[in-house]
Design a protein around this ligand. Structure first.
Ligand code: NAP
Length: 337
């Protein structure tokens, strides 16, 4: 089979195609013929060594994918041959609260990921995906989808009438917009592009703020909310956004700390504005298998479709990863096997 691996160093020029034997499922495992993968900001962070400078190569990158079960290991009885499944991002986090031990079981680093024609995973680390979704749409769910679901629904408990802010128009943000709209919330999207804001409006966003033209986007949130602030902010920017998220928050509101798109540390974090707002800062780390299953049930009930901007063939996986580094897409980038 063909697979891509990171080897002999960091950076996209160290992602190379290799031939490997098709793996054999052991007890409790299944063999999956991959149909599609999707890319997350994290995948580039893994490839550049930003996430783990000690990464053990060779490693198959990319956490998210969907495929068809083509062989069952001994005692694997949860799924049938031919069923379409997706790996859960954190393989060992099935239910309840995560533990520190869970973090060594994430796909696409430190465990091998999905950029291979065949993948073996434990059946306990899989979920069925909604049947009406295309393969690429289904492949977008494990990281970006579950993270947004966790932030908006499981932890955020966003309700009808709430005002929600999502930052940028990448994978997590667009899923968060979609889930917040399902909850009946009003949504403000920030973006560096007016054209992308128009696309967000077409998906149901109520307001758009161009954070490049309007650096003080927090003030615009306050204007939109008549000085009250937003009930829930999904903070994806990190470094340059967290202080502004606090200043744009309603008293008693919640910030989901999710991303580090503008840096992984915040200079001059202002604590007093957070205290004045009784801000609840809740960090999110993707989610459990149960969350994934609950999200899938809701997606199916509403016929929700993930937003895929562009699909690349498997043979152009490196180009797809390069495209991920360019911020020119809206929603998700897919890879078709
Ligand atoms: N904690 C977790 O469990 C978890 C899970 C998934 C992802 N993440 C993190 O969440 C972030 C988003 O991930 P993703 O995969 O959705 O990213 P993505 O799809 O690569 O998002 C890219 C988009 O983010 C927007 N952006 C970039 N810099 C920004 C800034 N300073 N302020 C606001 N928006 C900005 C841009 O949107 P515009 O072009 O519209 O400006 C860009 O197109 C990443 O930092 C990722 O590592 C965390």
């Amino acid at each position: 089979m063909k697979a891509y691996v990171i080897q002999d160093g960091f950076g996209l020029n160290h992602v190379v195609e290799v031939d490997r034997p098709i793996p054999t499922p052991a007890r409790g495992e299944v063999l999956i013929r991959m149909k599609a993968a999707s890319l997350n900001s994290r995948d580039i962070g893994v490839i550049t060594g930003f996430y783990n400078p000690e990464l053990k190569a060779p490693l198959i990158p990319v956490s998210d994918g969907v495929g068809e079960i083509v062989a069952l290991g001994e005692q694997a009885a949860k799924f049938r041959l031919g069923e379409r499944v997706s790996g859960i991002f954190t393989q060992s986090w099935k239910t309840g609260e995560a533990t520190q031990d869970n973090w060594v079981s994430t796909l696409g680093s430190p465990l091998d990921g999905m950029l291979a024609e065949y993948v073996v995973l434990p059946e306990e680390g899989l979920v069925r995906v909604p049947g009406y979704l295309t393969d690429v749409e289904a492949a977008t769910l494990p990281c970006a989808g579950v993270t947004a679901w966790h932030a908006i629904v499981e932890e955020g408990k966003v309700e009808a009438g709430d005002m929600v802010v999502v930052q940028g128009t990448g994978g997590v943000s667009i899923f968060a917009l979609q889930f917040a709209k399902l909850q009946g919330a009003k949504v403000i999207v920030t973006s560096s592009s007016d054209e992308k804001l128009e696309r967000a409006r077409a998906l149901g966003a109520d307001y758009g703020i161009n954070y490049k033209k309007n650096v003080e986007w927090d003030k615009s949130v306050l204007e939109i909310t008549e000085g009250k602030g937003a009930d829930h902010i999904v903070d994806l920017g990190g470094g340059t956004t967290l202080n502004r998220s606090i200043s744009a928050l309603k008293v008693g509101g919640q910030i989901s700390i999710v991303g580090i798109l503008s840096g992984a540390s915040v200079e001059g974090l202002s604590i007093v504005p957070a205290i004045l707002r009784r801000a609840r800062l809740q960090a999110i780390n993707v989610g459990s298998r149960e969350m994934f299953e609950r999200m899938n049930a809701t997606i199916e009930r509403h016929g929700l479709r993930p937003v895929v901007d562009k699909e690349f063939p498997f043979a152009q996986s490196v180009n797809a990863l390069r495209h991920l580094g360019e911020d020119s897409y809206f929603g998700k980038i897919g890879i078709l096997f």
